[in-house]
Design a protein around this ligand. Structure first.
Ligand code: URA
Length: 210
């Protein structure tokens, strides 16, 4: 993937995103749409996974059939909202390894602090797809990717549903080697760090909390 930012303009993605933005959409509806859209975004982000071939026998003859090369890829969810993207992607890539990164914002320093970190082994040999629905300030994404790089990951991609220009810029500065795939880049962040027009708090909307 050569470009840093890919916006998936596909009509199905845009239509589903609009329903998710609508505040009258129920928790169940939001969750179902997130699952569907995660698969469409995953389709895009995995477009350039290298293939090799394996000799197989069809009922008619032998052939060199394409299959994904290398170690199983790793999905890494930034807690908690990232988990809303995991299920759908795992349906598409059931053999993927899964990791979790938990970060909270220190109220005094405002810097992300790690409270949970568990990732698959041999990250240096895997494509790592980091998932978080909202790329807002970019602070947690940048911190999560810092940690993954410290663990050896070299081939990292970032999948989100919505991004703010501020978050895209921050990621481009901190991790220019990490391509981002998203359904849309909105106008801006508000004073509380929410994406505008956005869809509100993605975690609250998918889990029905407030
Ligand atoms: N996280 C969210 O859930 N929503 C935003 O708008 C920004 C960050």
């Amino acid at each position: 993937m050569t470009q840093h930012l890919t916006i998936v303009h596909h009509p199905l993605v845009q239509h589903k995103l609009s329903i998710m933005r609508d505040k009258s959409t129920s928790t169940a509806g939001f969750r179902r749409l997130l699952r569907e859209i995660s698969q469409l975004l995953a389709y895009e982000i995995t477009r350039e996974i290298p293939l090799t071939t394996r000799r197989i026998e069809t009922p008619l003859c032998e052939m060199d059939a394409p299959e994904i090369d290398g170690k199983k890829l790793a999905l890494v969810s930034i807690l908690r909202a990232g988990n809303g993207l995991l299920d759908g992607i795992l349906e598409l890539i059931p053999a993927a390894r899964v990791g979790f990164v938990g970060l909270y914002r220190d109220p005094e320093t405002l810097k992300p602090v790690q409270y949970y970190y568990k990732v698959p082994s041999e990250l240096e040999d895997r494509m790592v797809i980091v998932v978080d629905p909202m790329l807002a300030t970019g602070n947690s994404s940048v911190a999560a990717i810092d940690l993954l790089k410290q663990s050896g990951a070299r081939n990292i991609r970032f999948l989100c549903l919505l991004a703010a220009p501020e978050g895209v810029k921050r990621m481009a500065e901190a991790h220019p080697d990490v391509p981002i795939v998203t359904a849309a880049v909105d106008e801006r962040l508000n004073d509380h760090g929410y994406i505008v027009p956005g869809l509100g708090d993605a975690g609250d909307r998918m889990f029905g909390t407030k």
